[in-house]
Design a protein around this ligand. Structure first.
Ligand SMILES: [Cu+2]
Length: 182
């Protein structure tokens, strides 16, 4: 009975289209599973009149004390003396030891996402009046936190998508088989 193949064929088509949609969307989707910086003090690009006592970074997701690194470096890439960063929920605080001299600084961070992938990035600020460290009036470039790891759980997403598509297609076929049986 050739007619009975039609629901299965349509179901396969629907499943295939879903798979295609998942395959097309997955690579373009943001790395939603990954942590990201949402705020900082000092703010990225800030020019401070007085040296900060600490740097506080706030992220979208909870941090793990063991895998949270923050380093402040000066214009010569020398790390500034600081304590170990302390984590509280989604925030990490780096207490600086001593006042930072006037100049430009970079705050580099590396944290771990809940899925275990590292996320790192950097921001800048400066202390004191505008100097040679940055040309006056020139906005300091503030790129979004860089994500160095390019791996994505694409296969996991595709796997889940395939399972969902198969479940939907299967349910569709079963419903039609029942309808035809009546
Ligand atoms: Cu990941």
């Amino acid at each position: 009975m050739p007619a009975s193949y039609r629901p299965a064929r349509i179901a396969a088509l629907v499943g295939g289209l879903l798979l295609l949609a998942v395959g097309v969307l997955a690579p373009a989707a943001p790395a939603w599973a990954h942590n990201e910086l949402t705020a900082s003090a000092p703010a990225d690009g800030a020019r401070l009149a007085a040296p900060p006592r600490q740097v506080v970074l706030t992220f979208a997701q909870r941090l793990d004390q063991r895998y949270t690194q923050i380093v402040v470096t000066d214009g010569h890439r020398e790390p500034m003396p600081a304590r170990q960063p302390t984590v509280s929920g989604t925030s990490a605080t780096l207490d600086l030891e001593g006042d930072l001299p006037d100049g430009g600084y970079t705050v580099a961070y590396r944290v771990v996402s809940p899925d275990g992938h590292p996320v790192q990035g950097a921001l800048t600020f400066s202390v004191g009046p505008a100097t040679a460290a940055a040309s006056p009036g020139a906005p300091i470039a503030a790129p979004p936190p860089a994500e160095t790891e390019s791996r994505r759980p694409t296969s996991a997403i595709l796997g889940a998508g395939a399972a969902a598509a198969l479940a939907i297609a299967g349910g569709w076929a079963v419903r039609h088989r029942r309808a035809r049986a009546r």
